[in-house]
Design a protein around this ligand. Sequence first.
Ligand code: AHR
Length: 335
Amino acid sequence: MKVSRVFFLLVIFASLLGPVGCAQQPVPLSILQPDSNLNAKPEKKYEDLIVGYAQLGAESEWRAANTISIKETAKQLGVELRFLDAQQKQANQIEAVRKLIIQKVDVIGISPIVETGWDEVFQEAKDAGIPIILVDRRATVPDDLYVSYLGSDFLEEGRNAARVMAKLVNGEAKIVELVGTIDSAPANDRYTGFREILKSYPGMKIIDSQSGDFTRARGKEVMAAFLQKYGKRITAVYAHNDDMALGAIQAIEEYGLKPGTDIKIVSVDAARGAFEAMIAGKLNATIECNPLLGPQFFELALKVVNGKPIPKWVPSIETIFFPEDASKILPTRKY
Ligand code: AHR
């Protein structure tokens, strides 16, 4: 074959293949499209977070421990914390959430003072793209208005208080109840849980039930009034928290009776003051409610900000304490 003929055939063959190295070649789709990894936002770390916290107040030993846990954990992790204290008023707490929305924090944590009345302000947070995490107390709102609830099973705490009380009094008692803050989740659930179990003990009667607002001072006042009204007919006290039980103990002593002996007392929280009272024989049991929620709260906050899935309820792990173990356990208590 002549050289010119070979060259001619080669040209035809090349034109059929198309120009080599030119843009007409099929290009993989992934090269044309922007790299999704390049555009993805880098994951935030604790030090990048600005977290708002709307605390309800400082009504109890429990609350003081809860606030310290939130503040100290933020410091340890390097989170910027905007902490607001509502001083026991729902209006202040709603205002606090609004301030945090204006400040464009990444996440808002809140311990709602009462269960109802949050829909509007939580919706405002949602509209601003700020997730709400309920800490310690639930709120009665649609599920889409908060991302998670971190806290106790208050119903079970109420049930456990009744179970323990039933053993202490052998199923026979005239009980007065010191209720927590009216309409708060722990007061509602501890009230209901206690009564659920009492149905099985017809000999145990609640003869009166009043709110002591979770404070020692009110607990003492209400107990003094109960004693004036019922005197020695009272054989047991169920207090929705330790602070009110400690107030009741003072009232019982001032009335001239022996708390823990003449009147059996069961409360909730397991704060240090309760352990001291158990060691002194003045309190018969305390059902734990854990306030040290700081580490779990910030872990949840970081996950939410980074779009990671989180459970709708993260329950605290809790137990029951009795006087016989109190002196051994007291030194280990952190609140
Ligand atoms: O919400 C938790 C409750 O609030 C605690 O039992 C009580 O002590 C506090 O004030």
